[in-house]
Design a protein around this ligand. Structure first.
Ligand code: GAL
Ligand code: CA
Length: 311
């Protein structure tokens, strides 16, 4: 009787954790996935082991959906999904539900309606509004210190480099960074607003184009993330211009750039905190716990005054 496969205690087999990332070539999500893996490993005991597979969606939903189908057909125990395209959420939730595989969505938030489709799913993220507001505060402090109004017209002429259109973070950071300024009575003039899709090279190209069109009129630059902000700094350097640039994420190269005086500030997008929370929630779902639909990890404002604390 002891040899019946069905009687093998589940705890002795490794638990299969499938992690689908929208694409590997992304600085913030690389920190995030690396941390999820090492954190899961740190939770292993003599009895509980994790078999972790992380897939690269290559920024293509069809590719990612296939990877998720494979996790399902191979009997994975729990999934953590960073969707490529939020509009695919409904179809994917229907599949994991049919297969009874609890799933944590991360970084890109499915709609409330999609999240209501099943009780064994949750979302872990950070409130994008707050990151925008902190960017606005960093600019406001520079404005109040008299450091931004180069042409003395009492208005702030700005450039905005935006992330991918599908992502809630892009729209909300764009909106709330400027809202903080206008709510505080600063008059703003949008000179240039283009997508650079979270990408450093595209940030550099777009910033070069902003400089070609507006040159010395530009008084501050916002990037929806650090990679685009760092690309903008490269373009500014190539044009021998110095203008405050503000990012989001607090990646290692961004913190270095603050130290060098190249980046005026950023906002910590806590990849470590989010990685731990997503793993904790995945394991809680697996244990049968009832979870709420969303968990938020706080952002932190990072300036030359405190950036060393984040290194
Ligand atoms: C954002 C992050 C970006 C990028 C994006 C990917 O939260 O700030 O740098 O990683 O997620 O979805
Ligand atoms: Ca001005």
């Amino acid at each position: 009787l002891a040899s019946f496969a069905g009687c093998t205690p589940k705890a002795k087999e490794p638990l299969k954790v499938g992690i689908a990332i929208y694409k590997f070539d992304d600085t913030f999500m690389t920190n995030y996935r690396t941390e999820m893996e090492s954190y899961l490993k740190s939770l292993e005991t003599d009895d509980v082991k994790y078999e972790i597979t992380i897939t690269d969606g290559k920024n293509d939903q069809a590719t990612q959906s296939e990877q998720i189908d494979n996790f399902i057909s191979q009997g994975y125990d729990v999934l953590i999904i960073n969707l490529v395209d939020l509009t695919a959420a409904g179809a994917i939730i229907a599949k994991v539900k049919a297969a009874n595989i609890p799933t944590v969505f991360i970084n890109r938030q499915p709609s409330t309606a999609d999240m209501a489709l099943w009780d064994k799913i949750t979302y872990v993220g950070a409130k994008a509004e707050d990151s925008g507001t902190y960017q606005g505060e960093i600019a406001l402090d520079l404005w109040n210190a008299g450091g931004l109004d180069k042409n003395g017209d009492g208005k702030l002429q700005y450039v905005m480099l935006m992330g991918q259109a599908i992502h809630q973070d892009a729209a909300l950071r764009t909106e709330y960074s400027i809202k903080k300024l206008t709510d505080s009575g600063v008059e703003v003039v949008k000179l240039f607003e283009e997508r650079a899709n979270w990408n450093r090279d595209e940030g550099q190209v777009q910033m070069a184009s902003a400089i070609a069109q507006y040159g010395d009129k530009i008084e501050v630059v916002f990037g929806n993330n650090d990679d685009m902000a760092l690309g903008a700094i490269q373009a500014l350097k190539a044009a021998a211009m110095v203008i405050p640039v503000i990012g989001v994420d607090a990646t290692a190269p961004a913190l270095d750039a603050i130290g060098l005086g190249d980046l005026a500030g950023t906002v910590l997008n806590d990849s470590e905190g989010q990685a731990h929370t997503s793993v904790d929630k995945a394991l809680a779902l697996l244990a049968g716990d009832t979870l709420v639909k969303e968990y938020w990890v706080p952002y932190v404002k990072v300036t030359p005054a405190n950036y060393e604390d984040f290194k």
